[in-house]
Ligand binder design. Structure first.
Ligand code: 5GP
Ligand code: ZN
Length: 136
């Protein structure tokens, strides 16, 4: 897509600190990192989000994540990492070219993930029933 910033990174029209590239996938450092080494893994082909992306492409992406993540950990001395995908504006998606975030984590980084909430009596079963009804 001509107006997509990540498509421009793929072809080199916009500079990026690329750390990995093969014929299907590119990985580069996020310009506004949550932690040092925060990496975005994207398909070279443009898909807007995970639901729009063919399974084979998702398989390529997850294989690339598995290949790259140990080097990111070693490169920045991380103890672990979060793997995340924002889908839709409500989930915080800003760039509509699918990307997996690899976010290095450090034992004492003090980053707080979301708080857990709770279900009212019987609510969990209702929610489970509704979701299952769309999967049949
Ligand atoms: P989203 O919120 O859509 O899941 O994440 C988009 C991510 O892309 C953000 O973390 C943002 O910092 C990163 N980003 C946006 N524009 C650029 C850019 O031009 N170069 C790089 N390297 N990262 C970008
Ligand atoms: Zn794109």
């Amino acid at each position: 897509m001509t107006d997509c910033i990540f498509c421009k990174i793929v072809v080199g029209d916009v500079p990026a600190e690329k750390i990995y590239e093969d014929d299907k996938v590119v990985a580069f450092l996020d310009i506004s990192p949550i932690t040092k080494g925060h990496t975005l893994v994207i398909p070279k082909q443009h898909f807007k989000d995970i639901l729009d992306t063919p399974d084979e492409v998702l398989a390529d992406l997850i294989s690339a994540v598995k290949k790259i993540a140990p080097s990111i950990k070693r490169g920045v001395g991380a103890d672990g990492f979060n793997l995340g995908v924002n889908n839709g504006a409500a989930a915080g998606q800003v760039v509509y070219h699918l990307h997996f975030h690899i976010i290095p984590r450090f034992e004492y980084d003090n980053l707080k993930m979301w708080e857990g909430s709770s279900y009212a009596e019987g609510e969990m079963e209702d929610v489970g029933k509704k979701i299952r009804s769309y999967l049949q």
